[in-house]
Design a protein around this ligand. Structure first.
Ligand code: NAI
Length: 488
């Protein structure tokens, strides 16, 4: 264990949203903390804000008065950079601008001791570039917290081209000692989370653009079917559509406009309209007082309609001449032609799910659709009828998230286990994308991507070689069960 001893001083530069949160985390761990901001009085004001936040926790009996006072007591405003001379770890959380960050680190080199660690909280700038030109660039690393820093568990430890591995280890152990989940990653655009998360938004935006479903219905499917704590549209409205669009565009350009990261014109139009989300009162949803949330378009179960046989989610089945199966990325009509029987394909459902999307092959009688819906409602499952679209909604998104996770692991951005941890603790996803894909079955996930790629011709859906390669040894082989549905 090489965690920084709690007697050592941590300096935080930049007392904005992130700097204040990081200062609180370091102080809560017991370090003396120096907080510096270029704006007059900003550090002092941030300490007052931290104190108020802690007061609320005391009122809600989450922490004791003594603890709150001790945390605030550990943070001291610094009047100038020179005051940071005794710091063993400096964490920079200033404006996101390479030149300004480089100039700051160059100044710091002359102020702090030779053994002090210089860390940056940058979300999007290359750690390698920030360290460039310093006398000792090996002591610079990324320490990427998530907002709000005292609440979000994840910290990405970002190694640049010349970061000393011992420095990355110390930061990893220190973040762990501070109660965080630390993961190692290489300095690449978006690191882990801001890269691997792109499809969560991008697939929803694309499905909405293609008029597969509206935001409320897509959010309901991702939450009720995929088990995500928030739907993509709600989350984009919370983050701010301007911020989310800017991150998407920056990752897209940073990867030389790889179509995998192509931003959405729909999102751009919201930004153009000033519909930035909660902060502007309107985004995909209307947040003005008294505004009603649009309801998801669930099918209404009809009274007195008998359910379709003894249908149970999770097993592919032929019931009364209709094949019911979990999607494998093909269109229902395509599978129907192959099997020469009508087909209902349904979306992926996580454990305890309450919402299920489905699509039917052409010429499916309405009576069968009603009976399928009737067999879901006693199970407490709301059904969403979708157009016959490859991969439907949840399965397509999970497949794309996994694909990006595999691709990031292939490129050595991080280990698969760290990618999974990062997505769970940086975004509160119920499971990491790679673990989830393994549970679904890598053969199916690959089939979903290959089908969408074949049907759309869009290189955005090309499967990562790492996924294709891993799927070859997939023992959890799920595809439409040939015993029940023999291909004719
Ligand atoms: P912010 O705008 O809330 O705060 C930045 C603070 O830095 C301001 O108080 C400003 O006065 C101060 N500052 C600017 N230049 C300075 C300098 N040369 N020396 C000292 N102080 C200076 O920004 P925020 O959101 O806290 O972001 C800070 C950093 O954290 C950025 O690099 C950002 O990319 C990164 N980040 C932001 C996240 C977020 O959700 N806001 C999440 C993770 C990282």
């Amino acid at each position: 264990m090489t965690a920084l001893d709690t007697s050592k001083t941590v300096a935080v530069i930049g007392a904005g949203t992130m700097g204040a949160g990081i200062a609180q985390v370091a102080a809560a761990a017991g370090h003396p903390v120096l907080l510096f901001d270029v704006a007059d009085g900003a550090a002092r004001a941030a300490i007052v804000t931290i104190g108020k936040g802690l007061d609320r926790l005391v009122t809600r009996e989450k922490i004791s008065r003594e603890t709150a006072d001790a945390i605030v007591g550990h943070i001291v405003p610094a009047n100038g950079l020179e005051a940071l001379t005794g710091a063993s770890l400096v964490i920079e959380a200033i404006v996101e601008n390479l030149d300004i960050k480089q100039a700051l680190f160059a100044q710091l080199e002359d102020i702090v001791a030779a053994g002090a660690i210089l860390a940056t909280n940058t979300s999007s700038i290359s750690v390698t570039s920030i360290a460039r030109g310093l006398r000792a660039p090996g002591r610079v690393a990324g320490l990427h917290f998530f907002n709000p820093a005292p609440v979000m568990k994840l910290v990405e430890i970002v190694s640049g081209r010349v970061t000393d591995p011992a420095i990355a280890e110390t930061l990893f152990d220190t973040a762990t000692a501070w109660g965080k989940i630390a993961v190692h990653t290489r300095s690449t655009p978006g690191f882990i989370v801001n890269r691997v998360a792109r499809p969560f938004y991008a697939e929803a935006l694309r499905l909405c653009e293609e008029q597969v479903a509206d935001p409320a219905t897509l959010d309901a499917l991702m939450k009720g079917g995929g088990g995500f704590p928030m739907g993509p549209f709600e989350l984009m409205d919370l983050i701010g559509n301007d911020v989310n669009y800017a991150v998407s565009l920056s990752v897209f350009n940073a990867y030389y406009q790889d179509p995998r990261f192509r931003p959405s014109l729909l999102q751009l139009e919201l930004v153009n309209a000033g519909h930035l989300g909660r902060k502007s009162g309107r985004g995909y949803y209307d947040y003005t007082e008294g505004a009603k949330r649009p309801l998801p378009r669930f099918e209404t179960p009809k009274a007195g309609i008998p359910p379709l046989g003894n249908f149970k989610i999770g097993t592919d089945k032929e019931l009364e001449g209709v094949q019911i199966a979990l999607s494998d990325g093909r269109m229902a009509s395509e599978v129907a032609r192959e099997l020469r029987r009508p087909v209902i394909l349904h979306d992926f459902m996580s454990d305890g799910a309450t919402t299920l999307g489905f699509a039917v092959s052409a010429d499916m009688p309405d009576s069968i659709v009603s009976r399928f819906v009737a067999s879901l409602s006693p199970e407490g499952i709301d059904a969403v009828r979708l157009p016959d679209w490859p991969g439907l909604v949840v399965l397509r998104t999970l497949s794309m998230l996994a694909n990006e996770g595999f691709e990031a692991s292939l490129q050595g951005v991080a280990d698969q286990s760290d990618i999974d941890l990062a997505m769970r603790y940086g975004l509160n996803h119920p499971q990491g994308p790679i673990t989830r894909a393994k549970e679904i079955g890598l053969v199916r996930v690959l089939s979903v991507l290959d089908s969408i790629f074949r049907l759309t011709g869009d290189p955005r859906y090309r499967a990562s070689f790492a996924l294709r390669n891993s799927s070859a040894d997939d023992v959890n082989h799920h595809s439409i069960d040939p015993d029940v549905a023999p291909a004719i």
